[in-house]
Design a protein around this ligand. Structure first.
Ligand SMILES: C[S@@+](CC[C@H](N)C(=O)[O-])C[C@H]1O[C@@H](n2cnc3c(N)ncnc32)[C@H](O)[C@@H]1O
Length: 476
């Protein structure tokens, strides 16, 4: 994806720019101190930096010529999009003429900040581009992997490299404030970034419940970092709840585990001691296996005009389909290419499956190429699901919940032979004295949603992704 893409070009609203400059201490005696905005866009942050610089220099009685020299030496910016630079320069020139200053050669570099090892900066203030791994080109991914320690593993975001590069650009007493996605504290692919940040983070301003970018559902935070001399305690402030706590730096995991700032304990029973949480069945090619029949003929369902043996299928459920199904009054089904005997699942040979269910085999054969392209388990046959992860547990009564929880959890009880194909499913542990109804009550409680907010990875302002581990560790 090009960095000129709108997704990574959302400017910072002025209210937050002011807060950032205040928090980082960009207020007084600024002349002679280098400040960097390394992805300046149209200049929302840069303009405020320059306004403060000029006002402060005038207060300190610098001459107009000295102010110009100071601005040329001290204020550095980068931007890759020439159009943004042109707009930014026009705004800066307008400001300097209002301030009655002579012409200024602004130091805005039309370069990729990540390819320049900038050094000796005292203040860095920024809202770097956020670009998911998925949206980066192969060339960009390889460059970041080669150049940045925090981009070595997994599906990192482009902004991780900006954080590492910026902190490395600071002088020993340098300070940085960055507006970043809150997910860096929770995302498993940000583990290396957390290891890196652990030595520099001073304060976290949690903006999760605040819509910082109007019209864009992104949970954000400000991180205030220093190059050296950080104290033992890290300050964490939930801006919406107006709640401040101090966290011992040594409690921030050394191996990059997610950072949880506050945990409400609602009981002394661990969910995972009573229930097992599983990933749903993953076909890795739902279009081949899942269907809602157009019609039926005795022993067959008709799917797009093609018959498939009813006996080769089972009901299918996801939390989304369950809501839709109620509206459409049509059942979702899944081709189930496995044997079931005594509550256990076994594999067919292809000959067996074809002999028993020739129509289902023929139906699946239409998708032969797509099925072959899946990143499937090594031993998965072409007509089987891509992952065999949940199969051993899937027969039995279960509770189905989504992976991403929005505002509250809605859990659905599903029958013994219903196959969950998205989200998680929950079964009662052998010997447990609790029921699926109990599990439903626990997971639909306000206490569980509070927990999800505390440990989950935000995907929007009110949605959080939770893992099997998170759910199992819930105390109720
Ligand atoms: C989220 S916008 C922020 C703009 C500005 N910092 C603000 O807060 O208003 C990020 C900007 O980074 C620029 N950008 C993307 N990749 C860059 C790179 N490698 N080096 C410098 N700028 C980059 C984009 O063109 C975009 O204008």
């Amino acid at each position: 994806m090009s960095k000129q893409d709108k997704n990574c070009q959302v400017p910072t609203p002025i209210k937050y720019v002011e807060q950032m400059l205040d928090y980082v201490g960009y207020k007084r005696d600024l002349w002679g101190h280098k400040v960097l905005e390394n992805s300046c866009g149209e200049g929302n942050i840069l303009i405020e930096i320059v306004k403060r610089y000029i006002a402060d220099a005038k207060r300190n009685r610098y001459t107009p010529q000295e102010i110009v020299e100071g601005l040329e030496n001290d204020v550095i910016a980068y931007e890759v999009d020439q159009k943004k630079i042109d707009t930014c320069l026009a705004r800066l020139n307008n400001l300097s003429s209002l301030e009655n200053l002579p012409e200024i050669k602004w130091n805005i570099k039309h370069q990729d900040f990540l390819k320049n090892k900038e050094k000796n900066i005292e203040f860095i203030i920024g809202n770097p581009p956020y670009i998911t791994y998925h949206d980066l080109t192969q060339e960009e991914r390889e460059f970041l992997q080669k150049s940045y320690a925090v981009c070595q593993k997994g599906r990192f975001d482009y902004c991780y490299a900006f954080i590492e590069a910026s902190i490395n650009a600071l002088t020993d007493n340098g300070k940085m404030i960055y507006l970043i996605p809150f997910s860096i504290f929770r995302n498993k692919f940000a583990a290396e970034l957390r290891v890196f940040l652990r030595n520099h983070i001073v304060k976290i301003f949690d903006y999760r419940s605040i819509n910082v970018f109007p019209g864009i559902t992104c949970s954000t935070s400000l991180i205030f970092c220093e190059k050296e001399n950080v104290s033992d305690m890290v300050e964490y402030e939930d801006i919406f709840a107006q709640n401040k706590i101090w966290i011992n730096r040594s409690n921030l995991s050394v191996d990059g585990e997610k950072w949880v700032f506050h945990r409400t304990v609602s009981g002394n029973r661990r969910f995972g001691d009573y229930f097992s949480v599983h990933n749903s069945v993953a076909t890795l090619c739902n279009k081949a296996f899942l269907f809602t029949a157009d019609g039926e003929q005795e022993q067959y369902y008709i799917i797009t005009g093609i018959p498939v043996e009813k006996k080769a299928t089972l009901p299918a459920i996801s939390t989304k389909s369950s809501k839709d199904m109620k509206k459409r009054k049509k059942e979702n089904r899944i081709i189930f290419p496995y044997k079931m005997s005594n509550g256990k699942i076994d594999h067919y040979t292809e000959e067996e499956f074809k002999r028993l269910y020739p129509c289902a085999w023929k139906y699946l054969y239409q998708f032969y190429c797509d099925l072959g392209k899946r990143k499937a388990d090594e031993n998965a046959k072409w007509f089987e699901y891509g992952r065999n992860q949940a199969l051993a547990e899937v027969l039995g009564k279960k509770l189905v919940i989504p992976m991403v929880i929005t505002n509250s959890t809605k859990a659905y009880i599903a029958g013994k032979y219903t196959i969950p194909y998205a989200g998680y499913f929950i079964t009662v542990k052998r010997g447990s004295n609790m029921t699926l109804q109990d599990a439903k009550k626990v997971l639909e409680s306000a206490g569980f949603y509070q927990y999800v907010k505390e440990v989950g990875t935000p995907t929007t302002i009110s949605s959080y992704r939770v893992s099997v581990h998170d759910i199992s560790e819930y105390m109720f």
